[in-house]
Design a protein around this ligand. Structure first.
Ligand code: WT7
Length: 699
């Protein structure tokens, strides 16, 4: 541990100069950083390099380059981020007497401010900036739909115009700064456009992944009191049609039954999957995109937002039944998101960039919408599933669009790996430079396949650890700057100071394993749980005083590299989707015949983790295969298909301590058949339940 001193141990002026060299010179029309392209640099640090040098000097050359900047960012966050923030357009600079940030984790009441008093609009930074500097014809979105041949491209100018049209429409509906708008759209260009349109006028968007059920959508509409909703008639996903408009109608009725009658308008985008005539309709409330949007004026002046004005909220699962509305604000999120996307993917304007996430998750906000647009990238948007119509789809797209950066989830890799290498090698992947993964720990087998087969051992893999709450990547390799190791997220990003704590909350030093926490404030941290600030403080800052608690376990090795070992709370990660075990339990126990349920995650070859449910029924005669189907249905209806249990294990009783706490450790062992590792069962109120549970396995 290095003690803080006020002695300058590095030359801040030189560091500032260094950052300036990374600056995107938009206004001087150096959009196409061609001059750099010819300069070959020898890359020696990436362990499997050697086959080919990177085609341009990476922004961060090596670990010492990084360490100097990282050290500055930790010793002097205000100075560091103030310098970085100069890369963005502010209509008014932040208030110096507010300092760059004001946030003390040690205080009882957690209040975070960054760049307070500063005014900006994130869409101006994402769109107008590029258009104003003569790059309106640059591709912004490259969209490919469910069926082969369904393709569309949009330039920065076109996206700006559409964003403005939708924003003007929103204003005409009476939507004002601070109002919440729910977006329930499939992966079409209109999804990020709708998000940006909200941000244009200062409305707070809440995107709900279009795989959530009507119940889940209703809950999310009600919680943030949306008056307006975006959706589409339906969408084809692989061979299946999903009737989104139908689900929206159901959700609105459910919300109404629960007492929320506020939805006044639904804007529906017509997809050929379900034509107009067949789409369910509520006259007076529902309107078609095609009738409402194209004739709106194509310019809409941006609402200049305070850095601390809300930008969006996104619901995520925690350890209780009710999902949390994670709220992010404008300035800090913009600055860190743009910066993370730039350095993690060594991204420059015009790069073809493909992040396979859906906009319904945080990755789709940070690394598919805001981050890449802040950097002027050309983003591939994909509206199908990776193995449809065949397992070569993704690699075909990489060849076709000459994708440079490919960022995906380990679960996608595992699902495609099983079809064999030939689907990959049939396509030219020479455009690829950087590969990335996110969402869950990556097993070395999948990492090696990604490296060897997909990347031909010449593309570094950035395994990025972060969370909905953190807003942007927190622990991640920077490509070409240091050696990676399969399964490690390596080192903290600028401004991030991770620590590993033991159960008592003491910081461990050197190589160690424990609980991952963050010690210093960073700009893109969530500001609150919407409508429940107390829950925010309790969940993240009360477990260990003075630290942000991540919920993840972590190991640090002798090289200082971090290895995420998975959640330590009651959250599981199914195919990179975050599922709260309490949410699944509450869905199961809402069945009138169900007495109790305990849900855990079990290892799964493709999904990473699968949902495994122990269920106690009121009567033994209810434990039938038909009942299992009903229980699956109920989870599907209340949450969505992705949360369905892979296994329902009838449990006449659950292993509980005398104080009534369910011992999930034992449930995990029984689920995986590790009966000789059950450990101490003497604290159980009724030790006999263990044998009964084992005997019920597979019934
Ligand atoms: C949880 C956050 C961050 C966007 C997608 C998920 C797990 C995330 C990694 C990684 C190991 C990871 C953690 C984290 N996670 N990235 N690279 N290695 N685990 O966001 O839904 O908020 O989930 O995902 O457990 O806490 P999220």
């Amino acid at each position: 541990q290095v003690a803080r001193t006020h002695e300058p141990r590095y030359d801040v002026t030189a560091l500032k100069e260094e950052l300036k060299m990374h600056r995107i010179q938009v206004l001087s029309k150096q959009f196409n950083l061609d001059s750099e392209a010819g300069q070959q640099v020898g890359v020696t640090l990436f362990p499997t390099a050697g086959s080919q040098a990177y085609d341009r000097p990476p922004l961060i050359k090596d670990r010492s380059d990084y360490e100097r900047l990282h050290k500055w960012s930790i010793d002097d966050p205000a100075g560091f981020w103030a310098e970085i923030a100069k890369d963005f357009f502010w209509s008014k600079k932040w208030d110096d007497n507010h300092h760059t940030y004001n946030f003390d984790m040690r205080k009882g009441r957690i209040e975070c401010n960054w760049f307070k008093g500063g005014k900006t609009n994130i869409t101006y930074n994402c769109l107008d900036r590029w258009v104003a500097s003569g790059h309106g014809n640059q591709l912004c979105f490259i969209w490919e739909g469910n069926d082969l041949g369904h393709e569309r491209v949009m330039t920065y100018q076109q996206v700006l115009n559409d964003v403005c049209r939708v924003a003007n429409w929103l204003r005409a509906q009476g939507v004002k700064k601070g109002d919440c708008v729910t977006i329930y759209l499939p992966m079409i260009c209109e999804l990020p456009i709708a998000m940006l349109a909200c941000a244009r006028i200062g409305a707070v968007h809440s995107v709900v992944f279009a795989g959530f059920s009507a119940d889940a959508l209703a809950q999310r509409i009600q919680d943030c009191k949306s008056k307006l909703l975006f959706t589409s008639s339906a969408v084809n996903r692989g061979p299946k049609r999903v009737d989104l408009k139908h689900i929206v109608d159901d959700a609105i009725s459910i919300a109404e039954r629960n007492g929320y009658k506020g939805v006044k308008r639904v804007l529906v985008y017509e997809k050929s999957a379900l034509p107009r005539e067949q789409t369910p309709w509520v006259a007076g409330r529902d309107v078609w995109w095609r009738d409402e949007i194209p004739n709106r004026p194509e310019f809409c002046s941006p609402e200049w937002m305070d850095a601390e004005d809300p930008l969006f909220m996104l619901y995520t699962s925690g350890s209780t039944g009710q999902p949390k509305g994670v709220l992010h604000t404008t300035g800090g999120y913009m600055v860190q998101t743009g910066t993370a996307n730039k350095y993690v993917f060594d991204l420059r304007p015009g790069d073809v960039y493909w992040c396979t996430a859906d906009c319904g998750w945080i990755t789709g906000h940070t690394f598919l919408t805001y981050g890449p647009l802040l950097n002027g990238a050309s983003c591939v948007l994909f509206g199908s599933t990776p193995a449809y119509p065949d397992p070569g789809r993704c690699w075909n797209m990489i060849e076709k669009y000459k994708v440079r950066v490919f960022y995906t989830a380990p679960t996608l890799l595992r699902s495609l790996m099983q079809f064999g290498d030939k689907w990959v090698t049939a396509h030219d992947r020479s455009s690829l430079r950087i590969l990335g993964t996110v969402g869950e720990p990556i097993n070395p087998h999948a990492w090696n396949w990604f490296n060897e087969v997909v990347g031909e051992k010449r593309c570094p893999i950035v395994d990025t650890w972060w969370q909905t709450e953190t807003g942007a990547a927190m622990i991640t390799p920077l490509p070409y700057a240091w050696a990676t190791k399969p399964g490690s997220a390596t080192l903290p990003f600028f401004g991030v100071q991770p620590v590993i704590l033991n159960d008592k909350g003491e910081e461990l030093q050197g190589a160690c394993e424990g609980i991952l926490a963050i010690k210093k404030p960073w700009p893109s941290i969530m500001r609150t749980v919407y409508g429940d600030h107390e829950r925010f403080e309790k969940t993240y800052f009360s477990a260990f005083k003075g630290y942000y608690f991540t919920g993840d376990g972590c190991r640090r090795d002798e090289d200082g590299y971090y290895w995420i070992t998975g959640r330590v709370d009651d959250v599981i990660n199914v195919s990179g989707h975050r599922v709260g075990t309490a949410e699944v339990e509450s869905a199961l126990t809402s069945h009138p015949q169900c007495a109790e349920a305990a849900v855990i995650g079990t290892p799964h070859n493709i999904k990473g983790e699968a949902v495994y449910a122990y269920v106690t029924m009121l009567s033994e005669s209810d434990c039938t295969p038909a009942m299992k189907k009903e229980l699956v249905e109920i989870v599907k209806r209340q949450i969505g298909s992705f949360a369905i249990p892979d296994c329902i294990h009838w449990a006449p009783g659950l292993p509980k301590t005398r104080s009534g706490k369910i011992m999930r450790r034992i449930l995990r062992k029984i689920a995986t058949g590790a009966y000789d590792e059950l450990g101490d069962t003497s604290t159980l109120a009724e030790p006999g339940v263990v044998d009964t549970l084992i005997s019920m396995k597979g019934k």
